[in-house]
Design a protein around this ligand. Structure first.
Ligand code: GGG
Length: 348
């Protein structure tokens, strides 16, 4: 029997609820395929920060290294810890340390889910650069509090970093419809984004079978709403990808459906799987968080681990659940009821 050690980081707010749900589903699907999953839980969160002064212990990264994958819920509790502290203290260091440079976010409508658009086809795979760019953390502030205060945030784009994410995008496009959209703002940002466009053109010579089109971020946002059927694989920088994937989530019916995988394609370290949504303090404790985004993320985790059959079981069960109407509308079904419906569909 194959077995995997999975680090669970439920995190803040609705994170623990959706991770518990996804774990039950993952165990049910893995069990059907004779695969064993062992959960090792880490309480790293804003509460942990308030107790210890850090989002994770100093050896947190080394601890995680010993796992096959990481399943994370949500990070952030702005009433107690600034969001910049929680993000830079946990999520971003994990993505960087484990070279999870590809943040893969599928956007499509599950059966029975009504999005806000009447699109003929809505099936977009967003690839977000995940380790550098606008979220590098480089910069600083001087003259704090004074009239002459200055804040500088430096976006860092390296040839190696841009090339590898674009290459990943080209490869994904090759496996799908052969269309790749690369997103920048190279008319306004004349260094980094021109650099990104240049590398896109250079790589396109290596992928003659992929039709690549460059868009500015503003035009891409409009296109996602007005003509989503014209898009397939979309690759963007850290910030642009972050924003576009919230838009993608809205089009697929809401953040409750948006899954993501932070992947190290070189498989030198564990990859991390998490819903796109955050901790949602407004609905925490109400039992109405939609676990489907985390359940879908767990399916992506199993796929990445090479357990395609278990992953497919989850996807089929999720689709059967939403097709029957369960989990399709915000707040109507309890987290537990949606989870039970998915597990029941796996057992059927
Ligand atoms: N489940 C993901 C989560 O907790 N997101 C909070 C957040 O602010 N994320 C920003 C990011 O993904 O870079």
């Amino acid at each position: 029997m194959k077995s995997y050690r999975i680090a669970l980081i439920p995190g803040d707010g609705i994170g623990p609820d959706v991770v518990a749900a996804a774990w039950q589903v993952a165990e049910a699907a893995a069990g059907k395929e004779n695969v064993a999953l062992a959960a090792i839980r880490y309480p790293w969160s804003c509460d942990y920060y308030l107790e210890t002064g850090a989002m994770m212990p100093p050896d947190g990264i080394e601890t995680l290294r010993g796992h096959d994958a990481i399943l994370l819920g949500a990070v952030g509790w702005p009433a107690t810890v600034p969001d910049s502290v929680s993000l830079h203290g946990l999520l971003l260091p994990i993505r960087k340390a484990f070279v999870q440079y590809a943040n893969v976010r599928p956007h499509r409508l599950l059966p029975g889910v009504e999005g806000p658009l009447k699109a003929e086809r809505f099936d977009i795979l967003c690839i977000r650069e995940n380790t550098e760019g606008e979220y590098s953390g480089a910069g600083g502030r001087v003259h704090q509090g004074g009239a002459n205060e200055v804040a500088v945030e430096t976006a860092i784009f390296t040839r190696a970093g841009v090339e590898r994410i674009l290459r990943f995008g080209f490869e994904q496009a090759r496996q799908r419809t052969g269309r790749l959209a690369s997103v920048t703002k190279s008319n306004a940002q004349k260094h980094s984004m021109v650099f990104w466009d240049e590398i896109t053109r250079q790589l396109s010579a290596e992928y003659p079978d992929v039709e690549v089109t460059s868009y500015h971020i503003d035009a891409m946002a409009a296109r996602m709403v007005m003509a989503p059927e014209s898009l397939d694989v979309v690759v963007a920088s850290n910030l642009f990808g972050d924003i576009l994937t919230d838009l993608g989530a809205a089009i697929q019916g809401g953040l409750g459906f948006a899954a993501s995988a932070n992947i190290d394609p070189g498989r030198t370290a564990p990859s991390m799987f998490e819903p796109v949504h955050g901790s949602a303090p407004d609905i925490m404790g109400k039992g109405i968080a939609n676990p489907l985004a985390t359940i879908w993320s767990a399916a992506m985790m199993l796929e990445h681990l090479g357990e395609g059959a278990a992953s497919a079981r989850i996807m089929r069960a999720m689709e059967a659940t939403t097709r029957s109407g369960i989990g399709t509308r915000f707040g109507r079904d309890a987290t537990g009821a949606i989870t039970e419906a998915v597990i029941e569909a796996i057992e059927r």
